[in-house]
Every structure is written in C-alpha cells, then in structure tokens.
Design a protein around this ligand. Structure first.
Ligand SMILES: Cc1ncc(COP(=O)(O)O)c(C=O)c1O
Length: 415
C-alpha cells in the first residue's frame, strides 16, 4: 500500500497542517467512517446464532467514541469500577455492561452488584467473595481453555503461564464454592490474548471452552473473548487484514456441533477491543530536531513513550508516514529512528526504519494508534497527555478530549 492516509482520505478533505495548527501536537486523530465500518464488522462476527459483541473499553475509553459504540448497538466489557462508571455516563444500561475484573476489592464488586451488572469471576477466591456479597445471585466465571495467543508474552492471557482465569482442574472446587453460596453460574467467558491474525489458536480455545461448557448444564451465554488482529504492517508490507468471513465460517461450524450436541443454543458473545478503533486513528507528532549520532540518523518528535507506550513496552511496530506542507512525503528512503522527548533511551517510536528523508518541522503520522494508545498514556516526565479529535462522517473536525493542562497535572497534589 502506498499511503494509508491518502488511500482512506483519512483527514476527510481537511489540510492536516490546519488540524495540527488548531489543536496542536501530539494529537490523536480518529476517523468516524473507518471506526463505524470496523464496529459493524465486529457486530456481525457471528450471524447464524444469537450473538452480542462486547467492546472491551480498555483499548480505548474515550467518551465520545463510546457513544458511537452504543449507536452501533454493541455492548461493552468493563475491567474496573472506573470503566463501569464511564460506560454508564456514555448511556450504557446495566444489561449492556459485562464486568470482567481480576483481583478486585469487596467494595468494587459491591458497586457492580448494587448496579445490577453481570460479573465474571476469575478465581475461586473472588467467586467466594462474590458469593458472600451476593448470595443466591447470578454470575459468570472466566475459564482458562489451556490455549493462549498474542503478539507479546505480556498479552497472552491463557495457557499455562498466566495469572488469569480458572483452570479445568479447579472446576470441582469452583462448583463447591458456588454451591455453598447458592450462586447460579449462568455464563462462562475466556480471553486467550491479544492480536492474532491466524484464527487457529482462537478456534482451538473455542473448542476447549465449549468442552468445558458441558460441565455447567444449560448456560445463558458463552463468551469467547477478544484478540482479533489488526495489520500493523499494512503500508510497509502490504499486510492483509483479519479475514472475518473465513473466520465466521470456521467458528459457526464449531458452534453447529456444540448446539447439536448440547441440545440448546446459548447467547454467544465476544470481547473485541483493539479491532474497534485501532485502524481508525492516526497519531500526529511534530519533528523538532534531526541529528546523526555515530552514523545513526534520528528524528526527534513530541511523541514520547508517555503518549504511545506500545513500541517501548512491547517492541510493537507502527507504520509511519511523513507529512510536509500538508502532503504525504514520498521519494528515496534512508534509515532513520524516530524518537520522542522523554528522558529514556528506550523512548523510540520507530527503530531504524526505511523512510523518506525527515526534516525538522515535518509531521509524523503514526498509523493504527487507536487501541492501547491514549488509554495507556501517562504524564511521565510531567508531560501533558494529548488532545483527541474526530474527523466526522461529514468531514468536520470535532474535539473529543482536550489536552491536559498544567492545572490537571498538579490538581491531585494541591492538598
Ligand atoms: C478480558 C479481556 N477481554 C477482551 C480484551 C480485548 O482484547 P483485544 O483488544 O486484543 O481484542 C482484553 C484485552 O486484553 C481482555 O483482557
């Protein structure tokens, strides 16, 4: 692919320098049309059986974007009381929220119970606590299907080496604890990890979970988790996207077998996070300096690891495009490393990339920045978290989160 920005008309006909000039950099820019397309794809992931996609809001929890999720009729997953509160603020009713926490306090669990939110317990201890707070209540449990997958060991959340979920050999004890509190387990869920492009491990985990489901009698819902991959190398390597059509065919045939054997049809669910917003977002930053140190070229920008931590934390790859005078720069390529303005040598956005020559004053567009981007941003080095804007379907630019101010930065210490 030559340029993702040009191919998608990402800025909706607006001059990118005008956007950067008005809102400043760094700046998260979202494209509503791309986002809605991806949300619809998720909402149609299973067509043959009753199905709900629960968007996992840890990937991106911007309030305006959550309202789009609601308009597109997806439900949501929450990991914390803060996420539940935000979802309620966005207009999600309790029946549209699934709470999937781990290692939480009695107070936080009670908040979900008091608000009538279905909760999934991720350990026998937490199930015991839940039962003592809500005896006779309904709940779900998070199971480990024994198979994990993901782009980095830190995001693989099932299999042998993880803190998450209840394993097969713990089921007897789990039923005993649930029985002691009169709890009715009405749903099971899993999440094997984040970012797979090939469906094989996910489908293996689906089979395992459906096998475990047989131990539960008739369930109201079975939730297969998230992890659907995004082609982060779409410009550099023409990487193709996740093939939902072929995935659906394979998944539905596994569900056919389950429904025939089990003799009932539960509601099936998934928990996609990354896929919803990732490709519908470009992170814009300004080049403030270029230099060559010991023969290695650097472009120094205002996109520090506090703005987008994925490359430093996971070694993640984001394709980058260079913008000069409002247009994408093409031409001969050279090796360059794009860094931020944080005082760490690991503060690197793109390491030793082949890109057209970068000059001071250029804009860098970091692609696929809409998932685990702003939601993992911090004020490290006392830097302000950036603003977020949305290119709406009619080409307007709407501010959907203002940049931090220095008052925001100091507020909690003014005591
Ligand atoms: C329990 C759970 N569900 C869903 C997700 C979403 O995963 P992804 O963003 O890879 O789709 C996560 C992310 O780690 C998760 O922990």
């Amino acid at each position: 692919m030559r340029s993702y920005i040009e191919q998608t008309g990402f800025f909706g006909g607006n001059n990118v320098e005008d956007i950067a000039g008005k809102f400043g950099t760094p700046l998260y820019v979202y494209n509503e049309e791309i986002i809605r397309g991806n949300l619809r794809r998720l909402a149609g992931m299973i067509k043959k059986y009753p199905y709900t996609a629960n968007y996992s809001i840890k990937a991106n929890s911007n309030l305006s974007l959550l309202k789009i999720v609601l308009e597109e009729e997806l439900n949501c997953d929450a990991m914390s009381e803060g996420e539940i509160r935000l979802l309620m603020k966005a207009g999600f009713t309790a029946d549209k929220i699934f709470y999937v926490p781990n290692n939480v306090s009695a107070d936080e669990m009670k908040f979900a119970i008091d608000n009538g939110i279905m909760t999934s317990l991720d350990s026998i201890d937490q199930l015991d606590l839940y039962g003592s707070l809500n005896p006779g209540g309904k709940c779900a449990v998070r199971l480990n299907p024994g198979v994990g997958a993901g782009h980095h060991e830190k995001v693989i959340t099932a299999g042998k080496n993880t803190k998450f979920a209840i394993t097969d050999d713990q089921l007897d004890k789990m039923f005993e604890v649930a029985g002691r509190h009169g709890l009715k387990i009405v749903g099971i869920n899993q999440h094997i990890g984040s970012l797979f492009m090939e469906p094989a491990p996910f489908l293996a985990a689906v089979r395992n979970l459906l096998n475990m489901a047989k131990r539960f009698g008739r369930l109201e819902f079975i939730d297969f988790g998230g992890g659907y991959g995004v082609p982060y190398h779409k410009v550099s390597e023409d990487q193709a996207g996740f093939d939902f059509d072929s995935f659906r065919t394979q998944l539905e045939s596994i569900l056919d077998e389950f429904v025939a054997e089990a003799g009932y049809t539960p509601l099936f669910k998934t928990e996609p996070g990354r896929y919803a917003f990732c490709e519908g977002c470009v992170l814009l930053g300004r080049v403030h300096a270029t230099k060559t140190n010991a023969g290695r070229k650097f472009a120094g920008t205002d996109i520090g690891m506090n703005i987008l931590v994925r490359p430093s934390l996971y070694g993640s790859w984001h394709d980058c495009e260079i913008l000069r005078d409002g247009s994408v720069v093409t031409g001969d390529k050279e090796e360059i490393t794009i860094t931020g303005n944080i005082c760490e040598s690991g503060d690197i956005i793109a390491d030793k990339r082949m890109l057209p020559e970068i000059k001071t004053g250029d804009l860098i567009a970091v692609l696929d920045a809409g998932a685990y981007g702003y939601s993992m941003a911090s004020n490290y080095n006392m830097r302000l978290r950036p603003a977020e804007v949305l290119v709406t379907s009619n080409g307007d630019i709407k501010l959907i989160r203002r940049r931090d101010t220095y008052e925001d930065l100091f507020r909690n210490m003014d005591i």
